[in-house]
Design a protein around this ligand. Structure first.
Ligand code: AMP
Ligand code: GLY
Length: 433
């Protein structure tokens, strides 16, 4: 197979690495990729060694016509979409109209992520557990709701905001300020034209991702992301500062519960709306005192969750993704390594707010066999330089979570760029403990 991966972050590097190791795959392309997603090819003879060659192509992930041209000209057998923006733009509909195979949900299904209002209404209709909420586009209505409710609210921009459009409020005045920033000052542009006000829940979080073929869903190992920028779950929400898998405090009965009460009803709901959900469904779940509550759905693999889930996957990823697009996922058994995996994100100074780019990165040459540095915001100039907020995702496997974390942090110690910041408590604190 020839594979095209759309995207340029750590998730796409992990996808490219995993697919390159498949015996079915002879070439991987990444549009547009980063400094880590190019290699000549190897024989995948150690845990993190690459297999088939991988090459970047200079096409942006939202330039759907050019991606279609590339896929046709290069006889791509399967395209895999990493980020949410092309999915929300309908890349899957357009590829299918051009008779090209693509892994991901169509534009209708992708609304689960591109509109939090759509998602909350859908969950309510399907009886999926989620916090009470209202959707508003008017400040006066929002202020009345705030006045009448418990002061612990979460204010969310309706549209896509790269994980940053969610503001946790402890006081009514903080909620009013957040609403004003979104609705009046347009801090998140169009994404904040509608706002969701939601009860603030307390509990530990998990990311439950499932492969879906429209009818059948199969869960991946449960991961835990660390979304806040600073140690101890302080600071702003980010796209994710590090992750572990499998989450050590989760048992099979909880996974079964999430599949039965969250993932299956979502799949059934979309099938009933005549838009079978194909791709990865990602449920961000909070374990409250006595139940599970869905905080969000994403319509794709998580970043950095992918960087800790794929290294533990034993089954050939190409077989799984192909089965999803063919509607034969029920015939596949998904197996996992009995190991733990951890990733630590190295971010640019200032992230998730403004940050510099173009700073040289050192220390990427010596990675032990049980670790890999997945690149995210990097580019190849004379050397490798920073090119994004989340720059690298330093990943390691081990027999235990502690082993994996120790190896990942030892690797981090050897890497440097000016202003580099990262969390020192990945896997050691759980969100909102
Ligand atoms: P979302 O993009 O909706 O998942 O929100 C991003 C992050 O904000 C989540 O991972 C949680 O840490 C936090 N969050 C979102 N909704 C809530 C809520 N209702 N209660 C508490 N925390 C929340
Ligand atoms: N790590 C959270 C996300 O991918 O949305």
């Amino acid at each position: 197979m020839k594979i095209l991966i759309v995207g340029s972050g750590g998730r796409e590097h992990a996808l490219a690495w995993s697919l390159s190791r498949s015996l079915k795959v002879k070439q991987v392309y990444v549009a547009s990729g980063n400094a880590g997603t190019q290699w000549q090819g190897g024989n995948a003879d150690t845990f993190f060694a690459v297999g088939a060659p991988c090459q970047n192509i200079a096409v942006a992930s939202h330039d759907i016509p050019s991606l279609i041209n590339f896929a046709q000209d290069h006889a791509i057998d399967l395209t895999i979409v990493g980020p949410e923006v092309p999915l929300a733009l309908g890349i899957v509909n357009d590829f299918q109209e051009a008779n090209l195979k693509i892994f991901g949900p169509n534009e209708f299904c992708a609304q689960l992520e591109s509109s939090k209002a759509f998602c909350k209404d859908f969950m309510t209709e399907q009886g999926i557990p989620t916090a009470p909420y209202i959707v508003v586009d008017n400040e006066a209505v929002a202020y009345r709701y705030i006045l009448e409710h418990d002061p612990h609210l979460v204010v969310k921009a309706n549209g896509l905001a790269a994980g940053k459009g969610v503001i946790m409020c402890d006081t009514r005045s903080a909620s009013r300020t957040a609403v004003h920033q979104m609705l009046a000052e347009k801090a998140f542009g169009e994404a904040g034209e509608r706002v969701i006000l939601e009860d603030r829940l307390v509990g530990r979080e998990i990311s439950v991702l499932a492969f879906c073929d429209g009818k059948t869903a199969k869960p991946m190992l449960v991961a835990r992301d660390h979304k806040r920028a600073l140690d101890g779950d302080k600071g702003l929400n980010t796209g994710g500062m590090g992750a572990i898998a499998p989450a050590p405090d989760i048992d099979q009965s909880l996974i079964d519960d999430v599949m039965r009460r969250v993932v299956q009803p979502a799949l059934q709901g979309m099938a009933n709306l005549e838009n079978p959900y194909v791709g990865v469904l990602y449920a961000g779940i909070m374990l409250t005192e006595n139940d599970i509550q869905v905080l969000e759905f994403n319509c794709r693999l998580g970043d950095p969750e992918t960087q800790v889930i794929l290294p533990l996957l034993k089954t050939d990823l190409a077989d799984i993704l192909w089965a999803c697009v063919q509607g034969t996922l029920d015939q596949i058994t998904i197996e996992w390594h009995d190991l733990a995996c951890a990733t630590v994100v190295l971010a640019s100074q200032g992230y998730p707010s403004d940050y510099p780019k173009g700073l040289p990165i050192s220390g990427l040459d010596h990675t032990p066999e049980n670790a890999i540095v997945f690149h995210a915001g990097t580019s190849q100039k004379e050397g490798i330089v920073t090119n994004g907020g989340r720059v690298l995702s330093v990943t390691a496997v081990g027999k235990t979570l502690d082993d994996a974390l120790n190896t990942a942090y030892a690797c981090v110690d050897g890497i440097h760029f000016e202003g580099m910041h990262y969390r020192r408590d990945i896997g050691r604190t759980t969100q909102h403990d």
